[in-house]
Design a protein around this ligand. Structure first.
Ligand code: M6R
Length: 360
């Protein structure tokens, strides 16, 4: 049942405010973490975050939260790489977090087996509660996003971010970073409302989507915690609109990809106000100097500051920087969706892709 929406993907995009509210209130995620994960994170030296695709980008965001909020280093690994990675002798005290919507992704499951053989503790964060990852990991946290039917992952991504964020707050608390935990939690409490606010900008995004519908190639750039969102925005665009899209760390442009920039290549610059704004702004100006067609994804203040070079904008509310990656997800999902619809593609079932990748 598409609930009156033309596609499951659109329905699932619109469900994100309620899913994030469920995670915080009904499911009281931190109480569940404290109850069900019997690990003292004061004795963990390093986290290993493992996933594929969009779930991998959620881990990339979380790596920054674990460092910034809980003072704990994390390595992020693709399931397909970690499963064949060499083992190290005398590894630090590690704990692994495996993230998956389906819980059946073959490479993530093979990584789980490898971790188990090394006797590293594992937590599965999974949407499908009846799944191999949920069953086989030492600990398990559900996403409670409800069934995700569209092949493009949307609500599972923001649910993963919410659960990983609360996991970081839990670790911060345990490790004595009380203030950081409190600040993070109060920012997270605002997420459901902020997500509802971004949903209201859909009409404006349809207008922006038009400039992509004839493109053959697009670039997404961001820095810091928004760099993974640039990768995610590009992945969404590729998978459902079949436009070649690359996500890049904005500071890397001058090391090669800026050669791609011309007046036919739309560039989405993720640049809300914040510590790195001035840095991204200068990268945006480099793109503008090469006649790039820039769409800025930012809050009103940032959009105003870049109005001389960015003719189009995707608006998000002003928020605490820590939660910007969660809020920025929705405009990127809408953009890919509306570009794909305008090109006439079946967004729920893109070519060559399966919802659950159960083969290597
Ligand atoms: O079920 P999983 O989260 O393990 O799936 C991982 C990827 O296959 C998945 O996120 C894929 O990249 C999505 N189709 C992206 O929208």
């Amino acid at each position: 049942d598409k609930g009156g929406f033309p596609h499951f993907m659109l329905k699932e995009i619109h469900e994100q405010p309620s899913v994030s509210a469920v995670i915080q209130h009904r499911y009281a995620v931190e109480a569940l973490i404290a109850e069900s994960i019997d690990v003292d994170f004061r004795h963990v030296d390093r986290l290993r975050l493992i996933a594929c695709g969009t779930s991998y980008y959620a881990c990339m965001v979380a790596k920054r939260w674990f460092a910034e909020v809980a003072g704990i280093a994390a390595d992020v690994e693709l399931g397909s790489e970690y499963r064949y990675a060499p083992d190290i002798t005398n590894p630090p005290r590690e704990f692994a977090v495996l993230v998956s919507q389906s819980g059946e992704t073959a490479d993530t499951l093979a990584s789980l087996e490898k971790l188990k053989s090394q006797r590293i503790g594992t937590l599965g964060i999974v949407n499908q509660q009846v799944s191999t990852l949920a069953r086989e990991a030492d600990y398990f946290l559900p996403l409670l996003a409800g069934p995700e039917i569209g092949v493009a992952s949307t609500k599972a991504f923001t649910a993963q971010l919410m659960v990983l964020a609360h996991l970081a707050a839990h670790m911060a608390e345990q490790r004595g970073y009380r203030l950081a935990a409190t600040r993070f939690r109060s920012a997270l409490a605002k997420v459901p409302k902020l997500l509802s606010a971004v949903l209201h900008n859909e009409a404006a995004i349809i207008a922006v989507a038009e400039r992509f519908s004839q493109a053959t190639s697009a670039l997404f750039v961001g820095r810091g915690a928004l760099y993974p969102l640039a990768l995610e925005g590009a992945l969404k665009m590729k998978e459902i609109s079949y436009i070649h899209a690359e996500g890049y760390a904005a500071g890397e442009l001058k090391h090669g990809p800026i050669a791609l920039v011309d007046e036919n290549t739309p560039v989405v610059a993720l640049a809300p106000s914040g510590e790195l704004f001035a840095k991204v702004a200068s990268n945006i100006r480099e793109i503008a100097a090469r006649n790039g067609r820039i769409t800025i994804l930012g809050d009103r203040r940032a959009i105003l500051a870049m109005s001389d070079v960015a003719s189009h904008a995707l608006t998000m509310p002003i928020t605490d920087e820590l939660i910007q990656p969660i809020v920025a997800a929705i405009p990127l999902q809408f953009l890919a969706y509306h570009v794909a619809v305008s090109r006439g593609y079946d967004v729920d079932r893109p070519r060559n892709l399966a919802k659950s990748v159960t083969v290597e």
